[in-house]
Design a protein around this ligand. Structure first.
Ligand SMILES: Cc1ncc(COP(=O)(O)O)c(C=O)c1O
Length: 369
């Protein structure tokens, strides 16, 4: 790993994690995106969308203000990029935003506006959009990214994420992707149609989301995945299958992953893995199932990982304090230490040689030889 100077180079491109035991036949591999700077996959579409505005000369540092509706990962990613590039950033959000997300946006220097009147659908999305439109009308230097309709949201995944997967795993039989704006799944579907047409591309939706079916409207509490209005980017023609996951299955999967596999992941990762577990009968011994993990669990301590929140949101039977399953066996720790020590020993020997060379040089200089 080289020494970085720009936080935007902190993009972890090739981190994959295999999950044994989730399905009876085939391999399941997670592409981990939560270790990117700002903690999620959203840094990539944020970069693509702002870079395109810069390329077209539509924004100018220290003059333009970027405005976007987000209650989560995109808002945090935009706040960082805008502060580094000298744009002001306003994130329009609603009372459901978590304290940690709000504080993260503000910590990077973004401004937040919390709308508090509900729209005709009983949510806040339309109120947020109205707020943005009002601000755009009154401020000529404001620019709205509109992630739900912005082609460069999907392009980030078509041009980066898809190739990162195919570079590491050329034979992907099934690709499972959670959908929010649908930028990730649409971008991946387009590139896989070109380079890996036999891969079955599956969009994972929480029950209650209307992205691909307006009749499914219902209560949803897990952020990041699902919508209450169809995103302009969504094109079901590019998908092989859409799986609907009950939120409680996603939450149980998150708890199971933390206890059994030592992975503390976000709710959309739980949804995608719950969809894979439900589809297990479709896979055979040769299947390689890849899933996207957009973020880690640390952002969800007050929701998904809070027994009180789970109980009050889904009922008393919903929490699983202990499902009786032991964590997967782990090799003795001395072997892990030894594995890393072997690498470090080589470095130590190299450092000793350099130190001894420098000592000899210094001695020669002192004695004038
Ligand atoms: C937590 C989370 N889940 C799912 C997704 C996928 O969303 P989208 O369809 O907007 O690309 C994202 C964002 O990329 C996310 O941050």
């Amino acid at each position: 790993m080289s020494i970085l100077t720009n936080p935007l180079d902190l993009l972890v491109q090739n981190l994959f994690f295999e999950l044994p035991g989730l399905v009876d036949r085939g391999r399941v591999v997670l592409k981990m995106e939560g270790y990117n700077v700002t903690g999620s996959i959203k840094i990539k579409p944020a970069l693509f969308m702002i870079a395109e505005l810069e390329r077209r000369g539509l924004i100018e540092p220290h003059r333009s203000t970027i405005i976007e509706s987000s209650s989560g990962n995109l808002g945090i990613a935009l706040a960082l990029i805008c502060s580094l590039r000298g744009y002001a950033f306003i994130c329009v959000t609603d009372p459901n935003v978590s304290a940690v997300n709000l504080r993260s946006i503000e910590a990077y220097g973004g401004r937040t506006i919390i709308v508090d009147s509900k729209d005709a659908n009983g949510g806040y999305l339309e109120t947020r959009i109205t707020c943005i439109r009002d601000l755009l009308r009154d401020n000529s230097d404001y620019v709205w990214l509109n992630q739900y309709a912005n082609e460069f949201n999907a392009r980030a995944h078509e041009e980066w994420t898809a190739l990162e997967i195919l570079d590491e795993i050329p034979e992907v039989s099934h690709l499972y992707v959670g959908s929010g704006t649908t930028g990730t799944v649409m971008g991946l579907a387009r590139r896989f149609a070109e380079l890996s047409p036999d891969t079955m591309v599956v969009a994972v939706e929480p029950e209650g989301s209307v992205t691909f079916d307006p009749n499914r409207k219902g209560r949803r509490l897990i952020p990041g995945i699902g919508t209450s209005r169809r995103p302009e980017l969504a094109d079901p023609e590019l998908l092989d299958r859409i799986v609907y996951v009950p939120e409680i299955d996603a939450i149980r999967m998150c708890h199971r992953l933390a206890r059994r596999q030592g992975l503390l992941l976000g709710g959309s990762t739980g949804s995608v893995l719950a969809a894979i577990a439900a589809d297990a009968a479709f896979f055979d011994a040769d299947s390689t199932v890849v899933a996207i993990s957009p973020d880690l669990g640390d952002k969800y301590m007050d929701t998904i990982y809070s027994p009180d929140w789970v109980r009050s949101s889904y009922g008393t039977g919903a929490t699983m304090p202990d499902d009786g399953q032991a964590p997967l066996p782990c090799e003795p720790l001395k072997e892990i230490v030894a594995r890393h020590s072997r690498e470090v020993t080589i470095i130590a020997n190299r450092c000793r040689e350099v130190a001894s060379y420098r000592r000899d040089q210094a001695k020669q200089q002192q004695t004038g030889t």
